[in-house]
Design a protein around this ligand. Structure first.
Ligand code: NAP
Length: 280
């Protein structure tokens, strides 16, 4: 039986096990995906265990996407540029790090378009937040030639992303600004953990970026948060009648790419989607 799992803390409520175990079952594989909720002071010991056990593959989530990098033997180009790893492949004790979040974000935005009105000429995206997820989302957008304005509560973190990524890309531009002085564009993406931390946030405390006045200036809205799925930003987009993408889509595609990296097999995407949707 091959072993896979998610490394995170907390990890108990992760939706990754249902997707990956459904995929293993559908492909009749002798494999199982489990939860590894590891405290920070045990990370080094755990990574040694992963290498020797062996655990064939890991998903990595908060707070380890950056911290885990020091324990890997090789990290692919994209993950190095983004500065975080969300996928580890264990090849006979050699630990290889990848980041499937940036492609997943692009796929979530553009794969299931079904007539969605997406700007085609020089689109501009406004990305709210400047944490690990924002870095992957900005990287993906810039790679597609989409200009980016990144805005964060702690502006210095948005500035750092803009400076770092501006050096990597020529065709698309990236700039940073303040949450109190938001730019407008075609695509609005929330990457902050506000709703995860405050699922019952009061209407009067909602940030400006999910007000009807602001949201109606965009053509497409995405929120990375999947718990709750219907965030205040998604509610605003629905209310106004703007196309929107909920956080489960990116969650699905980052898992689909992980599955392929681990197994080399074509992932059963619809099986994984159904398993995820049944849990939401
Ligand atoms: P992170 O590195 O901890 O970054 C959190 C970000 O949220 C920071 O920019 C932080 O701003 C901002 N923030 C937190 N509370 C805020 C508040 N009250 N007001 C304004 N800004 C606030 O986390 P992450 O890894 O980027 O993840 C962010 C979210 O994306 C999480 O909810 C995670 O579950 C979700 N995510 C989803 C997927 C998916 O597949 N759907 C993938 C990855 C992540 P400061 O810098 O000012 O603290």
């Amino acid at each position: 039986m091959k072993r896979y799992g998610i490394l995170a803390n907390p990890a108990k409520h992760s939706l990754s096990p249902v997707m990956h175990n459904a995929a293993f079952k559908a492909l009749h594989m002798r494999a199982h995906y489990e939860i590894f909720e590891v405290p920070e002071n045990e990370l080094a010991k755990f990574m040694k265990f992963v290498r020797n056990e062996p655990i064939e593959g890991l998903s990595v989530s908060l707070p380890y996407k950056e911290k885990v990098m020091q324990y890997l033997d090789k990290i692919n180009k994209e993950a190095l540029k983004i500065g975080s790893v969300n996928t580890i492949v264990n090849s006979e004790g050699f630990l290889y790090g990848f980041n499937t979040d940036y492609l997943a974000s692009n796929k979530a935005l553009f794969i299931d378009m079904k007539g969605r009105h997406v700007p085609t000429k020089d689109p501009i995206a406004v990305v709210i937040g400047a944490g690990g997820a924002a870095r992957a989302v900005c990287y993906g957008l810039l790679k597609m030639g989409i200009h980016v304005w990144v805005a964060n509560r702690t502006k210095e973190k948005a500035d750092a992303i803009a400076i770092e990524f501006a050096e990597m890309f020529n065709e698309a531009e990236i700039h940073s600004n303040d949450l109190n002085d938001l730019k407008t564009g075609d695509i609005l993406i929330n990457t902050t953990s506000i709703w995860t931390k405050e699922p019952k946030i009061r209407i009067q405390n909602l940030p400006y970026f999910c007000s009807s006045e602001y949201v109606r200036k965009f053509k497409l809205v995405m929120d990375l948060c999947y718990n709750p799925l219907e965030t205040p930003l998604i509610k605003a987009a629905k209310r106004i009648g703007i196309e929107y993408v909920t956080g489960d889509k990116m969650l699905l595609y980052q898992a689909v790419d992980q599955f392929e990296l681990w197994t080399g097999k074509k992932p059963p995407v619809e099986v994984m989607r159904d398993a995820l949707e049944a849990e939401l």
